[in-house]
Design a protein around this ligand. Structure first.
Ligand SMILES: C[S@@+](CC[C@H](N)C(=O)[O-])C[C@H]1O[C@@H](n2cnc3c(N)ncnc32)[C@H](O)[C@@H]1O
Length: 229
């Protein structure tokens, strides 16, 4: 796999910036957390891939008050932000540094739920497929994988449409697009989104059933599948 670099030059600007560049960021997270079949009070074991500053992690630990989470990210500075934010949850949140798919944590059948948001699109197609296979193996029977992420359109005009939509969103948040990008420059541009269709097929090939997309807004989607009983 290509070793990921830092996605953001300065992790402390991530939280104020992400909502300005990802349209409906909270709605995307909410969908990831609404989709699992587990009761709110079940003591689920969760793996989160690419936890960043711990935004989805915080919402997950609040939504499922008996859950425990292993939150993985390769970025030291993002993990440092997450550690501060998650301290209030005590030993329900564990942080680990590692780059998936190579450093995939956990034995077979370990987790009830694997979630991710805005991270897996950094992997190329081969690494996404390897990751989906590792996720499937690591889930307990009946467990779910849910990912809210950037997807790619095959049609150029739809890619352009998504770009225009994001520019308008950034402006609606009070930023000029160029000014915003200068303030919040990615230090390593390594996005590699795949089409939604390819990823649904790869999930089926990895062994998931009930594979589906649940939510989409232009080039952002929430999708996933279940490991059969
Ligand atoms: C855009 S942030 C998303 C953070 C958080 N999930 C959210 O919704 O705000 C992407 C995160 O994924 C991490 N990441 C990207 N590729 C990774 C990989 N192959 N292994 C581990 N972490 C990765 C980056 O370090 C970054 O913290």
């Amino acid at each position: 796999m290509t070793k990921p670099g830092e996605v953001f030059a300065d992790a402390s600007v991530y939280d104020p910036g992400i909502e300005a560049i990802v349209p409906r960021y909270d709605e995307l997270h909410d969908t990831v957390l609404n989709a699992p079949p587990h009761d709110r009070d079940s003591p689920i074991r969760v793996l989160e891939l690419g936890a960043g500053t711990g935004e989805l992690t915080t919402k997950l630990l609040t939504r499922f008050p008996e859950s425990t989470v292993l939150a993985v990210d390769h970025s030291e500075q993002m993990l440092a932000e997450a550690e501060r934010k998650l301290a209030t949850f005590g030993d329900r949140a564990e942080l680990a540094q590692g780059a998936f798919p190579d450093d995939y944590p956990g034995e077979s059948g370990t987790y009830d739920l694997v979630v991710s948001s805005l991270a897996i699109h950094h992997l190329d197609g081969a690494d996404k497929r390897a990751l989906f296979a590792a996720i499937h193996d690591s889930l307990a029977p009946g467990g779910w994988f849910l990912n809210g992420d950037v997807i790619r359109f095959e049609a150029d005009h739809l890619e352009d449409l998504s770009g225009d939509m994001i520019e308008n969103w950034v402006r609606s948040k009070g930023w000029e697009e160029r000014e915003f990008m200068d303030e919040w420059e990615a230090s390593d541009d390594y996005d590699d989104p795949s089409t939604l269709t390819d990823q649904l097929v790869w999930l089926r090939e990895a062994g998931f059933d009930a594979v589906t997309s649940i939510w989409q807004y232009y080039n952002f989607a929430v999708y996933g599948g279940r490991k059969g009983e």
